[in-house]
Write a protein that binds this ligand. Structure first.
Ligand SMILES: *Cc1c(COP(=O)(O)O)cnc(C)c1O
Length: 521
């Protein structure tokens, strides 16, 4: 198969034994596309990049019988070899600094370099969480000011800053709801979540000990108000509703939903992960929300790719404020005070406890406040408007080729939702996503929300220019047209990536997490 052709060179093959055009290279590299072995396979495991004195084996052993009796088997690379290994790997990664990231329900956004600079200031970055508050006034001022912004932007009277991610914030909100209901001797059992809810919502409610029941959606992709009202009763503790929802739509009936839930004695949790679509334009407090988390990492920048840090402050209504978790930063005449304990009789006396050991994600607070202050109130409003404009542009430019189930439900918010209807037999959303990799894009969110068959959720975000959107739309159109026409080559895409289609199911079911040394010959 690898026979030389007429001019004497062998064609380069991919892992599936297909010619990929051009001659095979000695290294397997293709110009700047560099092949990279596992770190254990470079250099070998019986060398070391560090000079250590030889151990004196005649000296008494002091390991208490725990001496190593096998080879350690660590990769033994020099510093430059190690740096090159990780740099080469990093070049096979996709990043927001390389191109548009269409992932929906995620808001992979802009990470302004200014944020990074501020977060690294030693006065913030090197602070010990147990330093006395007289020495940490600046950091407490940041937490306090960010909290004030969050309260103002959401129209809510109280905020808990310590939860460390969206899901953690949900738990915080639901625990406050549970504490409030228990305080009035009305422990209810059921939490209602819409069908299109993010998986964390039912998981949170179940974790807090509630039974979870679905609320159906209308054909236009919003919560079915009539069905919700019919289900309300003395056993319903709360509803958890995402607004804007995961179909990318604003829940126009939210106020009516909240009023109905309150009339039935329940409380209203709003999943605020999508707040960036409405920040500066809508105050959730005006819609009757009792608790809402804000994913700082989705709305106020901060890198969060690869599972990086999150931060999920929770804003509370008057009804829930007394139950919010400790600690709080308060301002008095002497400066900022960290309230770490409940004080009988004051407004923290009903706090349900703590979510974290310390005060929250300081590195994210500095980034979020930097982002907020550098945009200002008008800039934040423009962020929301531009995010929505960009998503609607993508929706309208693709709806003639991709099935857009809610295209008639009015403008979308910050994300555009498509389904796989119309694809040729045998071709799926997964194939389109793999084709998009060949076009040089990280694929959009797939198969979520579950209410749409073969869902593709695209969130361009406000930072993309029209030129960048047009190129992405062109790539989506091209791959979608191939999926509709039944182009079989899509089934084996990606063709140009360093690795082809991996068996993701096998990798998930039987992960090989440790390198095994090949048996000696
Ligand atoms: C991202 C997201 C969450 C969870 O937030 P994490 O910070 O990832 O824990 C919850 N709900 C919705 C709608 C989300 O998009």
């Amino acid at each position: 198969m690898n026979a030389p052709n007429k001019s004497g060179w062998k064609p380069a093959m991919n892992a599936d034994g297909e010619s990929i055009g051009g001659p095979a290279t000695h290294t397997g590299n293709r110009a700047l596309m560099l092949e990279e072995k596992l770190i254990f396979e470079i250099g070998g495991t019986d060398t070391t990049g560090v000079d250590l004195p030889a151990p004196d084996l005649s000296a008494p052993r002091r390991m208490g019988g725990l001496d190593r009796d096998a080879r350690i088997g660590l990769p033994g690379l020099s510093e430059p070899e190690t740096v090159r290994h990780y740099t080469r790997l990093s070049r096979q990664n996709y990043a927001i600094d390389l191109g548009l990231f269409p992932l929906g329900s995620c808001t992979m956004k802009h990470n302004p370099r200014l944020n990074e600079k501020v977060a690294r200031m030693p006065g913030f970055a090197d602070l010990h969480p147990m330093a006395p508050s007289t020495t940490t006034q600046g950091a407490l001022a940041v937490i306090h000011e960010l909290g004030e912004w969050l309260k103002t932007l959401t129209g809510m009277p109280a905020v808990a800053m310590s939860p460390k991610a969206g899901a953690h914030g949900e738990l915080c909100g639901i625990l406050a709801i549970r504490a409030a209901l228990e305080a009035r001797g009305d422990a209810r059992k059921v939490v209602l979540c819409p069908e299109s809810a993010h998986g964390t919502n039912p998981a949170t409610a179940a974790f807090a000990g509630y039974e979870v029941e679905d609320i159906p959606a209308t054909p236009e992709g919003r919560v079915d108000l009539a069905a919700l009202e019919a289900r309300l009763g003395p056993d319903v503790a709360a509803v958890m509703i995402t607004n804007p929802n995961t179909c990318g739509l604003f829940e126009r009936d939210f106020r009516k939903i909240a009023d109905a839930v309150h009339a039935g004695g329940g409380l209203v949790y709003c999943d605020g992960a999508n707040f960036n679509a409405i920040v500066g334009r809508v105050r959730p407090g005006d819609l009757g929300v009792d608790a809402m988390h804000i994913n700082l990492h989705k709305t106020f920048s901060t890198p969060h790719g690869g599972g990086g840090p999150g931060s999920g402050p929770v804003v509370f209504s008057e009804a829930l404020a007394p139950f919010a978790p400790l600690p709080f930063v308060e301002k008095n005449d002497d400066g900022f005070v960290l309230v770490e304990e409940e004080t009988a009789g004051d407004r923290h006396s009903n706090s349900f406890g703590r979510m974290t050991a310390f005060h929250g994600q300081m590195g994210m607070f500095t980034r979020a406040l930097t982002y907020i202050l550098s945009h200002g109130a008008d800039g934040l409003k423009q962020v929301a408007e531009d995010a929505v404009l960009n998503a609607n542009y993508v929706l309208r430019k693709l709806e003639d080729v991709l099935h857009a189930p809610f295209a008639d439900s009015g403008p979308c918010m910050h994300e555009a939702l498509f389904g796989d209807k119309g694809f040729a037999e045998g071709l799926s959303t997964l194939d389109l996503a793999k084709g998009l990799i060949d076009e040089g894009y990280h694929p959009m969110t797939m198969y979520f929300p579950l209410v749409v068959h073969g869902a593709m959720l695209v969130e361009p975000t406000e930072t993309e220019s029209k030129a960048a959107l047009d190129q992405f739309i062109g790539a989506m159109r091209s791959v979608a047209e191939r999926a509709i026409a039944g182009d079989e080559t899509l089934k084996t895409a990606p063709h140009y990536a360093p690795r082809r289609r991996l068996d993701e199911t096998l990798a998930a079911r039987k992960p090989v997490l440790a390198w095994a040394e090949p048996a000696a010959e």
